[in-house]
Design a protein around this ligand. Structure first.
Ligand SMILES: *[C@@H]1O[C@H](CO)[C@@H](O)[C@H](O)[C@H]1NC(C)=O
Ligand SMILES: *[C@@H]1O[C@H](CO)[C@@H](O)[C@H](O)[C@H]1NC(C)=O
Ligand SMILES: *[C@@H]1O[C@H](CO)[C@@H](O)[C@H](O)[C@H]1NC(C)=O
Ligand SMILES: *[C@@H]1O[C@H](CO)[C@@H](O)[C@H](O)[C@H]1NC(C)=O
Ligand SMILES: [Zn+2]
Length: 656
């Protein structure tokens, strides 16, 4: 009988402990003497006008640069961003004069609280500027990393960039030596040069959080979820997803073993990080050629059909607008159609990442996308347009409430819309997919692609900030070790070559040097399926969840409107209640329901596997031991007992 060494239990205990430790009252957070309701009202009115104006100016300057990348436009953008930082700092100081926990009006109190508990304006000017400078330096360094090609390593062809070169090679190369080379280049050239700056950043970020009243910057990051059992909730949902993840993992590992052989993958071991089609091994859809269940069966791709029917980018945007108006949501304004950027201009340099913009003046909303007539771009348009719908729906809220109910809502909701659009039934309904949508093979292929994107992503989305919380809390001494500890524990991923504390592999992911939160992607993943399931339930869909299409459902539209109009004015659990489902917190059930048919299929595929999940051995953990500890030196690691526990489990098991 397979015995799984890597259980989630030690970690769950960690979560539970920290959950209690972090339960905090507002009393610890900065507050002043002023209880005057009228003055609070006046301050917030002025703040609202000022912040909206500045947001308009910054967004305009950012738009000008993003759609016309000249030095002049960059300078203007930076000027506006500095004015905004200054405004935020001044506003924070004014807000901190109020005794906000005692303000009787709940809406005013909440706005003050949001204002005071976010950002780093509590720092003295010098440090405030220093951390901004550090972050922008790290972002710049990340942007300018160039790595050497595999072919002529000796002759120094060293001009490859992350996007598109690294991505292209990781996605398409099936030569494990080349993949390893690119993986190593990228990780060696991002982390080590930034390590000193990153350590200083950790220090100042913690100082800022302490000055606001938090224990450390990790607590401040979690506080935004306004939920004392937040980490417990996260751990519980992961425990529910883990069995599905392990079945997927086991099946994928078998296919990779067949492809690359025992020199690259052990048949019961963790998977090395370089062969999953993604430089971070965070989603695996690019190796679908290796793992697709029925390779002879058609896959869901309507690009040819779009071309055959003569679609243009503009018509794709109109189609997406019609999807939202069919739900009873708002049509887009003339300004939107006039000002958006739909295609890559030929006469100037632009940032092509698709994005949705709110200019904070209740008039101007725009999309920016270098659209090509492909299915992927059609899906992306629907996603981005969901953000615009959200902006439109909460536009009447005060500035501080014009955001998702928690940091996961915007992405979760937009992706819930995509579940209804990238869907054989919907594409059939809009005349783009005329083949039989009903074959078992087509559905398994489809669910496999979705699982490679969503289920494979879950543990990564969860662990990035878990790592950051640990670094903020425990310090930087074994941070690379801790990164791989978590990746092995949650994802079953190991580095393809030895790493040590001279490396800093988490920095290979842009969100780390760029100071961008990550837990929101895990929350969004759960919300995506929760929202989708609730909308499908409301319109009476009873067949398999992945075949549900909310197109033309006014019931679904009404629920969406309620959620979006609330913005961030309420606790997100009160907003979730508008879904009218039984659960009122985060839940993995809808995700599991969506993938249920695939889980059954995977179990059949894996029936002869000796090991569901991964059997981590000393040779795996030896790949990333900190230099000072070796394996037996775990006791020296006293400030952070968690890695010791895990290593101890290994030693016991492997030497039995
Ligand atoms: C791009 O920006 C420059 C200023 O740097 C401006 O002179 C030029 O007209 C802009 N081009 C377009 C097409 O907007
Ligand atoms: C080496 O790789 C680079 C980038 O992939 C490519 O542009 C170049 O043509 C290659 N050179 C040879 C000799 O294959
Ligand atoms: C439907 O399938 C046939 C072959 O099975 C293919 O030639 C045709 O292009 C497909 N149509 C669409 C819309 O995908
Ligand atoms: C939902 O919330 C209500 C009120 O907060 C609570 O009483 C109830 O137990 C919750 N239900 C579930 C299933 O958690
Ligand atoms: Zn988005």
């Amino acid at each position: 009988m397979p015995f799984q060494y890597w259980t989630v239990t030690p970690l769950l205990m960690l979560f539970l402990n920290s959950g209690r430790a972090f339960a905090m009252s507002d009393a610890r957070i900065v507050q002043g003497p002023n209880k005057n309701l009228g003055e609070a009202l006046t301050f917030l009115r002025e703040y609202d006008t000022g912040a909206s104006n500045i947001c308009l100016k910054v967004s305009s300057a950012q738009w000008n640069y993003a759609t016309n990348m000249t030095d002049v436009n960059k300078r203007k953008m930076i000027e506006q961003q500095m004015l905004k930082a200054k405004f935020e700092k001044i506003s924070w100081k004014k807000a901190a004069l109020f005794d906000w926990p005692k303000i009787s009006d709940p809406l005013l109190k909440r706005q003050l609280k949001l204002l005071i508990t976010r950002g780093r304006a509590s720092l003295p000017d010098e440090k405030f500027n220093e951390i901004h400078h550090l972050i922008s330096e790290m972002k710049d360094m990340y942007l300018h990393v160039r790595i050497c090609a595999f072919n002529n390593y000796d002759t120094n062809y060293c001009d490859l960039v992350l996007d598109p070169d690294v991505h292209r090679i990781m996605e398409h190369s099936r030569n494990s030596d080349e993949l390893l080379h690119i993986w190593r280049e990228w990780h060696d050239k991002t982390g080590p040069p930034m390590k000193n700056k990153f350590m200083r950043y950790i220090q100042i970020a913690n100082q800022a959080s302490r000055m606001t009243g938090f224990v450390d910057a990790g607590e401040q990051m979690r506080y935004i979820y306004e939920e004392r059992d937040f980490e417990h909730e996260i751990a519980t949902t992961w425990r529910a997803i883990e069995p599905l993840y392990k079945e997927l993992f086991t099946y994928v590992r078998r296919r990779l073993y067949i492809k690359y052989g025992p020199d690259v993958v052990r048949p019961d071991g963790p998977i090395p990080a370089h062969i999953l089609g993604n430089i971070w091994a965070q989603e695996w859809s690019k190796i679908s050629d290796i793992v697709i269940p029925y390779s002879t069966e058609k896959q869901l791709d309507v690009t040819d059909e779009l071309l055959r029917q003569g679609f243009t980018p503009l018509r794709m945007f109109q189609m997406a607008e019609e999807f939202y108006t069919s739900l009873g949501l708002k049509p887009l304004s003339p300004e939107f159609w006039r000002n958006s950027l739909f295609e890559k201009p030929k006469n100037r340099k632009v940032q092509c990442t698709a994005s949705a913009w709110d200019f904070c003046n209740k008039i101007d909303y725009r999309l920016k996308q270098c659209t090509e007539v492909t299915m992927n771009d059609l899906i992306t348009i629907h996603h981005e347009m969901a953000h615009i719908q959200y902006y439109l729906q909460y536009s009447e809220q005060p500035y501080l409430y014009r955001d998702g109910a928690n940091p996961g809502f915007h992405e979760g909701l937009a992706n819930a819309m995509v579940l209804s659009v990238y869907n054989p039934v919907h594409l059939h309904r809009v005349g783009l997919f005329n083949n039989n949508t009903d074959t078992y093979e087509l559905n398994m292929n489809f669910l496999m692609i979705m699982a490679l994107r969503k289920v494979a992503y879950a543990p990564f989305a969860l662990l990035v900030d878990q790592w950051r919380y640990n670094v903020f809390k425990n310090g930087v001494r074994t941070m690379n070790f801790n990164w791989w500890e978590l990746r092995l524990l949650y994802q079953g991923i190991v580095p393809p070559i030895a790493r040590n504390e001279g490396h800093l592999d988490a920095v290979a992911k842009r969100h780390i040097p760029a100071d961008l939160p990550y837990m929101k992607y895990y929350v969004a993943l759960l919300l995506e399926f929760q929202i989708f399931d609730a909308l499908c339930g409301a319109m009476g869909h009873t067949a398999q969840l992945h075949t549900c299409d909310i197109y033309r459902s006014r019931e679904a539209g009404r629920i969406l409107t309620d959620i979006m109009q609330a913005g961030e004015s309420k606790h997100w659990k009160d907003v979730l209640r508008m879904l009218r489902t039984k659960t009122n917190g985060l839940s993995a059930e809808p995700l599991l329901k969506y993938f249920q048919p695939l889980l059954s299929w995977l179990k059949v595929q894996n029936r002869d596997e000796a090991f569901i999940g991964w059997n981590a051995k000393v040779e795996d953990t030896a790949l990333f031991q900190p230099l000072f500890s070796k394996i037996s030196g775990c006791a020296r690691n006293v400030f952070n007992t968690f890695p010791c526990v895990v290593i101890a489990i290994h030693l016991v098991v492997n030497y039995l």
